[in-house]
Design a protein around this ligand. Structure first.
Ligand code: FAD
Length: 237
């Protein structure tokens, strides 16, 4: 059985577009590999509810972190109402998503809150000085909220092994990055051989469905792609 832990709520960081990042103490005996997830249980107005969240933090970080869409559900309302110092329960780690052993290059196709496992893996690569080559294709609505966008820009400026391609659906007039949805054509413009990477796709069902079409257009072999579906989001994401 997956172990359970009591953790302390440490605070949150809001983003626009109804997205927020929430931090909890990490028990000293808790360990995970980047890409794994945990379940968080909260006493809500609908009773005790547990939901899964991918670790957005890396193992080298001092706290557990999740990033989520504040949908207005009873669970998310309770998350927003937590006070620093409140004690809640998590259970984990769970899941097998991660960089397959022996990979030398990994690519991510991510959008919005689906960035969490990519953030954990990329942050770990940067913290440990891993020689892994990483490409991140990251789509968001507009500049108002690009979770972890500043951090990724910093990595791209200092690490030649990290390719960062951010694209917006509704770019402002000063936007210098890509615009529109992630596509095979966009990926081919930035990478000469996409088939040489192992790809990781994570997020709410609509994002994953859209990225499956991109994977098909790129003609990647199925064993070159890992998926993590954020089941629980409705079909509108
Ligand atoms: C392996 C795994 C990893 C995951 N990782 C993450 C992660 O990193 N981040 C993350 O955010 N989620 C993640 N999820 C999904 C997460 O567990 C929740 O299912 C998701 O966040 C939706 O929960 P909710 O309480 O917002 O919606 P629910 O209450 O479960 O409702 C489903 C949908 O209805 C809508 N909805 C519900 N109540 C209302 C309301 N009152 N008003 C308007 N709309 C409403 C919401 O938009 C939501 O999309 C993961 C799931 C899995 C399986």
């Amino acid at each position: 059985m997956t172990p359970e832990y009591e953790v302390t709520y440490l605070g949150s960081r809001p983003c626009a577009d109804g997205i927020g990042t929430f931090r909890f103490s990490r028990p000293s005996e808790y360990s995970f590999t980047p890409g794994q997830f945990f379940s968080l249980s909260l006493e809500t107005e609908d009773g005790l509810v547990s939901k899964f969240f991918s670790h957005a933090d890396a193992p080298g970080d001092p706290a557990i972190e999740l990033t989520t869409r504040l949908s207005g559900s009873a669970f998310k309302n309770k998350l927003l109402a937590l006070s620093v110092g409140d004690v809640v329960r998590i259970s984990g780690p769970k899941g097998r998503l991660g960089v397959p052993e022996g990979s030398t290059a990994v690519g991510f196709l991510a959008g919005g809150v689906g960035i969490t496992p990519a953030h954990s893996i990329i942050r770990n690569v940067m913290q440990t000085g891993s020689p892994l080559k990483v490409a991140l294709f990251y789509g968001n609505r507009d500049e108002a909220c690009v979770p972890y966008g500043e951090e990724f820009r910093g990595y791209a400026a200092s690490n030649p092994r990290f390719l960062y391609v951010d694209t917006l659906d509704h770019p402002g007039p000063d936007w210098a990055g890509e615009s529109g949805f992630i596509s095979a054509e966009m990926i081919r413009r930035h990478l000469s051989d996409p088939g040489a990477l192992h790809w990781i796709v994570a997020g709410p069902p609509p994002m994953v469905e859209a990225m499956k079409r991109v994977v098909s257009d790129l003609e990647l072999s199925p064993e070159r792609v890992s998926y993590e579906l954020f089941a629980g989001y409705d079909t509108n994401g």
